[in-house]
Design a protein around this ligand. Structure first.
Ligand SMILES: Nc1ncnc2c1ncn2[C@@H]1O[C@H](COP(=O)(O)OS(=O)(=O)O)[C@@H](OP(=O)(O)O)[C@H]1O
Length: 304
């Protein structure tokens, strides 16, 4: 690689490390680290439902699906609040006077739907003590990387991603908030034999939403008719969520999430990485993927 580019990447990573805090080696936002005691000691309830994801895996999509399953497909009830209020992010601490995810969750009636990007080793232990059901939504790393790149551009709370070339290296080496994609997906995948975790893949959800929504419904112990499931599928389609102010994050001010640069609901497809990865980057990525994922039993599709 060009030495000038290497130097730029090194500088970028240094400044990234300076702006982030770390918990057990995982880069997290400074505000999350400052509030770590209250996050780690969060008290889960037995009937909570937790959605766990690596950033940009489709968290918002899954939370809408889970919420609409609990609301038995009633889209009006689904629109009662923006997603970030309806389904609090337990590891997120926005600037005051906005409430933290933990504070929001504490005011909610049961059953609560909560979400997290935390890797499994950092999850508050009360979730396991209470045997909470977890839906882990996983998306292939290449598309996550592209989506995260644009998100870091628009989200003013996160570090600037720099050039695509910088970002490619930063993502692969885990110099991004919430750390390394590989550790995240493998950690949650391996925990399935010990805990109540349903693993759903973004690519499968794109391919056949009815099939995948039904899996989520069964895991949550619900029994909804096909008509209700069709309605949930309709209201959680990319287009419907892009147009819905409760799900497209348009209620978040521009100085926090500048959607004039790129919309939150950007493309919602499988394989957008092909328009971003160079041939050389794809080779580097595939080698790293093979090394890290070998023997994990996990298999991601990067195209349909
Ligand atoms: N309904 C539906 N169908 C298909 N794709 C969808 C849907 N809802 C959200 N998305 C896409 O998911 C990406 C955002 O991921 P997250 O919600 O996990 O983002 S975040 O981590 O909570 O910020 C982001 O992906 P990209 O479009 O590739 O950037 C969203 O467009």
């Amino acid at each position: 690689m060009d030495p000038a580019v290497m130097e730029e990447i090194a500088k970028k990573m240094e400044s990234f490390e300076a702006t982030m805090g770390h918990i057990e080696g995982v880069p997290l936002l400074g505000s999350t680290c400052d509030a770590w005691d209250s996050i780690y000691n969060f008290q889960a309830r037995g009937d909570d439902i937790l959605i766990a994801t690596y950033p940009k895996a489709g968290t918002t999509w899954m939370q809408e699906i889970v919420d609409l399953i609990l609301q038995e497909g009633d889209a009006q009830k689904g629109r009662r609040a923006p997603t970030y209020i309806k389904v609090p992010f337990i590891d997120m601490v926005p600037p005051k006077p906005m409430p933290s995810g933990v504070e929001l969750a504490q005011t909610m009636k049961s059953p609560r739907v909560l979400k997290t990007h935390l890797p499994i080793n950092l999850l508050p232990p009360s979730f396991w003590e209470k045997n909470v059901k977890v839906v882990y939504f996983a998306r292939n790393a290449k598309d996550c990387m592209v989506s995260y790149y644009y998100f870091q551009k628009i989200n003013k709370v996160l570090p600037d991603p720099g050039t695509w070339e910088n970002y490619f290296s930063a993502f692969l080496s885990g110099h991004v908030p919430w750390g390394i994609w590989f550790d995240h997906v493998i950690g949650w995948w391996k925990a399935m034999d010990k805990h109540q975790i349903l693993f759903i893949f973004y690519e499968d959800m794109i391919e056949d939403p009815m099939r995948e929504i039904r899996k989520v419904m069964k895991f949550l112990g619900k029994d909804l008719s096909d008509g209700v499931l069709e309605n949930i599928k309709y209201h959680t389609s990319f287009q419907a969520m892009k147009e819905n102010p409760m799900t497209n994050n348009s209620t978040i001010p521009n100085f926090v999430l500048d959607q004039t640069i790129s919309p939150f609901m950007r493309k919602g497809t499988v394989g957008d990485w092909k328009t971003h990865f160079s041939v050389a980057q794809n080779i580097i990525f595939d080698e790293e993927y093979k090394k890290k994922m070998e023997g994990s039993g996990l298999n991601f599709r990067t195209e349909l």
